[in-house]
Ligand binder design. Sequence first.
Ligand code: NAD
Length: 450
Amino acid sequence: MALSQLMEQQKSYYLTGATRGLDFRLAQLKKLKQAIVERESDIIQALRTDLNKGEKEAYAFEISIVYQEIAHVIKHLKRWMKPKKVKTPMTHSGSRSYIIPEPLGAALIIAPWNYPFMLAIDPLVGAIAAGNTAVLKPSELAPAVSAVMASILRAAFEPHYIAVVEGGVEESHALLEQPFDKIFFTGSVAVGKIVMEAAAKHLSRVTLELGGKSPCIVHDDAHLKLAAQRIAFGKFSNAGQTCVAPDYLFVHRSVKSKLLAYLQEAIVSFYGSKPLQSPDYGKIISRRHYERLRHFLNEGKVAIGGLANDLSLQIEPTVLEDITWEMPVMQEEIFGPILPVLTYDSLEEVIGRIQARPKPLALYVFSEDKKVQDTLLERLSFGGGCVNDTLMHFGSTHLPVGGVGESGMGSYHGEMSFHIFSHMKSILKQTTKFDIPFRYPSSKIGLKII
Ligand code: NAD
């Protein structure tokens, strides 16, 4: 079917009002959950094929996050959908004011390859919850997951309500030419700009979930052993191909060598002494991405890891020291299992360095001192993050996830997903029992503002 025809079908289905009722939305969310439950093993297998994700990681990072999101939305949707009463100023006496959330219409969701299931279905849950129709464009770089999602969604839904368009840049461009009411994009900063430009043509609303270099700061008073474990977890899960992974380590000079020793311990305890032989250690998504990462291995000095396998497209969990801010590894988002380490002597230095760069998607602070934590949280702008942990904020349905500045625009998850796929319509309902005529040009009574 031509995309313009699909668009028209979705728009006219939306205009029938069928997608708007609470019962309909809840039924579709339950149907989606059931369809996923029935195909869980296929999804896990596809994640293994595309990214060599182990079953535990696939379940924890992709499937269970989606289940949590669906359960949370089902529990709260009735309350979110209710018109919200707000105060009315004295000057508007006789009237009542409220806000009605309404769906936007037809939504387009463009997904990335790194968590190809969760990052496609989580926004879809938001689009359904808010009463929209949706077209999902999965990433062509995770073809097995793309195919399973297409098969699940096509079996569960009619294309005039939820459709999947598989493909790459060409299909994405063609979709972006259509007058969608909402575009939800997850991916790189460069493509985010293309999406926003395309959205401007139709004034489609956009949410951009982008990336960037997320710092991980380890202060001299941090619980180093735990910090190392939580950093290794955040950095080397999915072979570092996580948008909110710590991109680089910024550690107080006095604790660097201790932290590196603990990092080594954590890596061995997670993946053994030969991680490339670990059955559940992730692979790099494509040869092009692998080659880009391999070049970084020549920068600075390898402190941990450093081996790579050209055939399986795997790179060991690697820590690089003797790194400078000018090196290529510090110029772009790494998005792989390579962790450069930089050191600092004062918090002002940390603040200055991070402020001088684009606002990151995530930031992590490891310190026992509330003053240190608060100073960094207050002075630095970033999408979201954790104190004394990594990644975990992403998995909470109560915390909106999104970037700021170059790392993105708008947030989602839980109630915020409902918000970004809705329009908040303001209504003032006026009485006809009496009238206060001073606002009319004919009124002789002046309005005195005190
Ligand atoms: P990408 O921007 O290359 O691709 C994302 C999607 O856009 C894919 O579906 C792709 O087919 C499509 N696309 C690619 N080029 C396009 C073009 N020229 N025009 C239109 N569409 C195009 O991103 P990626 O490589 O899939 O993902 C990696 C990036 O995504 C990283 O920067 C990462 O930080 C970011 N990311 C962010 C989040 C988040 O939640 N903020 C989550 C995951 C990934």
